[in-house]
Ligand binder design. Structure first.
Ligand SMILES: [Zn+2]
Length: 955
């Protein structure tokens, strides 16, 4: 595989060799996992009794396990009509290919030379062990915050998606290979163990002294009996590191327990058929809150719990409540009951992703599930709601019906995003306007990423785990959800959801792929959905629709692929999308009507405006495309904008700014549109947020322009935003203030402060002062906390820094900790910045949080070059710290993507030229595309912007 920085979409190596053969599949895993949290380092050991279906005569079988897992015993039992034979296999029969985690087990020593097709009662036994590493993948350990004695709670939990179950036990680690799971957890008596299914029994446990591998297939063998003694890491006789050769005695090691504290074994019910990536378990000192879901469909009650460490449980109530509110709505929409007898959530201190939809045991970060009604900002509340609703959607979409392979990951993620972050949110919290906010949280991000040359189609070939890990991106989540939203608007949302229900019922407990979803929605709608959607999911990119006015009451509309660098080559521009045009027209009385029937399916078409002089495409911004108007039309639309909807204004502003950045139009045109919309009296948060984001992108890329130009850009922002503060103030006027007012206030004050308005900075200083001097935070409204923290360090000194370092070390809630991180990264003073950089490598920053430091530092123009240099200097250390590559994706973007010159681009490309970037190839390509687009933009439009600023008296 090439290590060079790629210019195109990811190429697809041969699928061959990346999928397990189908000759033997498991149908049931019996697992016993023993967790020793007191051992140093903490360890786990386990036994797996895997029941197999033999589909073909086989003299060897293949499955997955990872080299970090040490297999110590293997045995197999088979029977035909007459006899049963049990055979202990030497470890030398097992060969591991470390490249793809494929293990091959030689079974030729079985009577008859192997397994026979259809052979009944074939069971495979493994005993295995490993360190419980702080890896955030596989079965790993997490550390809580220190208690009053400075002791940190330690616990174990799993994260198996996408291909990490193989780090915890030997398995067929592919989503298509569904099995039942019967799990037992062995833990210290004081610990609570959790798994996907409800507990059936819990009793004291002691390893029987006479346990032997010779009787693991006996009826009365209790799984886990060989797990006595402490794990001797790396001490398996004859085994070299990462390989399983040689031989181990088939007996318990008979070592003494690491201490006298007692053990217990907890058994769980057997699960329904489930993919390995959804298996979960955990063990530690947890406490819980409990509520219940009463299913209208089944009449049954499903207990709902949320688990956390003792110090955090009081902030978990809201996270728990959401399950109770959302489950009945999901059941009603899908017309399928929640499938398991219980649903737990576990809040974790170390978590790589945001959260994970393990069936019956959802897990996630503290910021994803903890909320303090007194002290947390609205954004934290929304985050908990969004994440919990997203994961709950997966209980159906993903968990009951699972994609066949990772190339259809988008089916899981796009759907959970659409349901959890739009449909359900809109039913529970309509006041948050989630339908409109979707433009900001997903559509824009999707269009941004997908406008890069390095983007990939929604359905993307991903043969191996390197590629699989990289498709958990805005294309699978946000573009996927955006095209589903567009489809829902074409067929109507109730019909869309009916089609989804048909799809789920048809594939319940099984696997499916994209065409199956289209078939369900086609059945509900009578439309050929596969034809409409084909190029949206199978082809990279999206179109820009060019509008040309001929003056005869007709417009010519042409579609072409849109690239952020504005340099589409003919061979990149061959796709024609099915584009719902959604033409909105404005009549003389100011009434808007929308033509929902018009589509563009060819390269171009003409559209008759039927005498209307005022029109706009992509009404409500439902389409996944950009619209490029003639400059005069854009000015006219700016003046009429208040007559169109909020979503229309957001779309207009966003299209204009993006097209200017890509060179399809001038930045001055986008600035004039902003002026017009502000002059029209814009009041709503989302258009203002779009204006803020367009100007902050301009400001970010213009960071190395002259001081005068930068000051003029600040004046512009102050001029536009500051007048709003008069009405908004710093404090809420009443308790029931609308959410969007809180958000607008936060946006306006942070923007004016970023533009360094002295009056606002003075007020921020005064509000921070009581907190600094006497820990009195009553003058710091939760929604403004981040802005106040960040500006206090930016314009303060050592005292402010020390104060917020304390907050970071002892935060009152998870979002406050994140606010403190952003503050520590926004220092301007070199000695303070040096301290922040030092923290990143001295154990003060959790692996899960390092990317926040990177993003904070890259947003700080006093640290932007420094963070790029840091990445280069610390490259080897960072690679060791994130061996799986997941975290590195964010670090690459954080380190480099705010740079904006052609020299920077060359520097980044040169740096990665000789590196093995397989695990974060997309991040490098996307970063290079961003720098290129920014560098081209500033080169092309610096004069145009300067001119506009002069004309408008800012310069
Ligand atoms: Zn998800």
């Amino acid at each position: 595989m090439s290590n060079a920085v790629p210019g195109g979409a990811t190429s697809a190596p041969e699928q061959e060799g990346h999928r397990l053969p189908t000759n033997v599949y498991p149908n049931l895993y019996e697992l016993a996992i023993k967790t020793d949290l007191i051992a140093s380092p903490p360890t786990f050991s386990g036994e797996a009794l895997i029941h197999l279906d033999i589909n073909k005569d086989s003299s060897e079988i293949q499955f997955h396990y990872h080299k970090t897992l040490t297999i110590t015993h293997i045995s197999i039992s088979t029977s035909d009509l007459k006899t049963t034979s049990n055979l202990n296999l030497p470890l030398s029969n097992l060969k591991l290919n470390e490249e793809n985690d494929f293990a091959t087990l030689d079974l030729s020593s079985l009577p008859g030379g192997g397994l026979k097709q259809g052979q009944k009662s074939t069971k495979l036994f493994f005993r295995f062990e490993s360190e419980l590493k702080s890896a955030m993948h596989g079965y790993y350990r997490s550390e809580g915050d220190p208690d009053e004695n400075g002791k940190k709670p330690i616990y174990g939990l799993t994260q198996f998606e996408a291909t990490e179950a193989r780090k915890a036990f030997p398995c067929w680690d592919e989503p298509l290979v569904k099995s039942k799971f019967s799990i037992s957890m062995i833990a210290r008596e004081k610990n609570t163990s959790l798994s996907n299914m409800p507990q059936v029994s819990e009793k004291p446990w002691k390893a029987p002294s006479n346990a032997s591998i010779d009787n693991v297939f006996n009826e009365n063998y209790e799984l886990g009996s060989l797990l006595g003694g402490s794990v001797q890491l790396g001490k398996v006789e004859g085994q070299t590191e990462g390989k399983t050769e040689g031989k181990t005695e088939g007996k318990t090691e008979g070592k003494t327990e690491s201490n006298e504290e007692g053990w217990k074994i907890t058994k769980y019910e057997t699960s329904p058929l489930m993919s390995t990536y959804l298996v979960a378990y955990a063990s530690g000192e947890f406490v819980s809150l409990e509520s219940a879901h009463h299913s209208k469909l089944t009449g049954k009650t499903v207990p709902l719990k949320i688990f956390a460490t003792k110090d955090q449980i009081k902030q978990a109530q809201f996270g728990l409540d959401i399950k109770k509110w959302a489950l009945p709505i999901y059941e009603e929409i899908f017309d399928i009951p929640y499938a398991l007898p219980k649903l737990d959530t576990l809040v974790a201190h170390d978590f790589d992703a945001g959260a994970m939809e393990n069936w019956g045991l959802i897990t996630g970060r503290t910021t994803a599930y903890l909320y303090d009604p007194e002290k947390s900002p609205l954004s934290a509340k929304k985050r908990v709601a969004v994440v919990q609703c997203h994961e709950l959607a997966h209980m159906w979409f993903g968990d009951i019906v699972t994609m066949k392979w990772w190339d259809n990951l988008w089916l899981n993620e796009a759907f959970a995003t659409l349901m959890g972050e739009l449909v359900i949110l809109d039913r529970i919290w309509p006041e948050w306007k989630p339908r409109s906010e979707f433009l900001k949280t997903h559509l824009q991000g999707a269009l941004d990423l997908d406008s890069q040359r390095s983007s990939h189609p929604i359905e993307v070939d991903c043969p191996d785990s390197n590629q699989i890990a990289q498709i958990f991106d805005a294309i699978s989540y946000s573009k996927g959800a955006s095209v589903l939203r567009m489809l829902a608007s074409v067929v109507g949302e109730p019909t869309f959801l009916k089609g989804v229900s048909i799809y789920l019922k048809k594939h319940i407990y099984g696997n499916a792929e994209t065409k199956d979803l289209w078939a369900g929605i086609s059945e509900a709608s009578g439309l050929d959905v596969a034809k409409i959607m084909k190029n949206w999911t199978l082809k990279v990119g999206f179109p820009v629709i060019k509008v040309e006015e001929s003056g005869d009451g007709k417009i010519k509309l042409t579609q072409n692929r849109f690239l952020s660098t504005g340099d589409v080559k003919p061979e990149e521009d061959e796709t024609l999308w099915y584009v719902p045009l959604e033409v909105a027209t404005l009549d003389d009385s100011g009434k808007v009507s929308v033509d929902h029937k018009a589509t563009l399916e060819e390269r171009s078409t003409t559209y008759d405006l039927k005498g209307n002089d005022s029109f706009k495409l992509n009404a409500q911004t439902v389409g996944v495309y950009r619209v490029s108007y003639e400059p005069e039309r854009l000015v006219k639309l700016g003046k009429e904008a208040s007559k169109y909807t909020l979503e229309d204004r957001v779309g207009l502003l966003s299209d204009a700014a993006t097209l200017a950045r890509a060179g399809y139009s001038k930045t001055s045109g986008s600035l004039s549109l902003i002026s017009e919309i502000v002059k029209g009296g814009e009041k709503e948060y989302l258009p203002w947020s779009q204006i803020g984001s367009s100007l902050s992108k301009l400001n970010g890329v213009w960071w190395e322009q002259s001081k005068e130009v930068k000051e003029a850009l600040s004046k512009l922002r102050i001029d536009l935003f500051k007048p709003l503060i008069k009405n908004l103030g710093f404090d809420s006027k009443d308790k029931d203030e609308l959410p969007e007012i809180k958000e607008l206030r936060e946006l306006v004050i942070s923007t004016v402060a970023a533009a360094e308005d002295s009056e606002i900075l003075k007020e921020i200083k005064e509000r921070f002062e009581p907190f600094l001097k006497s820990n009195d935070d009553t003058k710091i409204p939760p929604d403004l906390q981040r802005t106040i923290f960040v500006n206090s360090i930016q314009h303060g000194g050592l005292e402010e820094y020390e104060k917020l370092l304390n907050v970071y070390n002892k935060p009152s809630n998870p979002s406050t900790k994140v606010d403190a991180m952003y503050a520590l990264t926004s220092a301007r003073d070199k000695s303070l910045l040096d301290r922040t950089f030092k923290m990143m490598g001295d154990g003060s920053v959790k692996d899960q949080d390092l990317y926040i430091f990177f993003f904070g530092l890259s947003a700080n123009k006093y640290a932007r070059r420094h963070i790029a240099e840091y990445f280069i200097k610390e490259y080897d250390t960072l690679m060791k710290r994130y061996p799986d590559g997941y975290g590195v994706n964010y670090l690459v973007k954080g380190a480099f993507s705010a740079l904006s010159s052609h020299e920077d681009l060359k520097m980044v490309k040169d740096f990665f030229k000789d590196k093995d970037i397989r695990k974060y190839k997309s991040a490098v390509a996307q970063t290079c595309d961003s720098i290129q687009a920014a560098a081209d933009w500033v080169q092309r439009d610096a004069g145009d912007v300067e001119q506009w600023l002069k004309e408008h008296k800012y310069l």
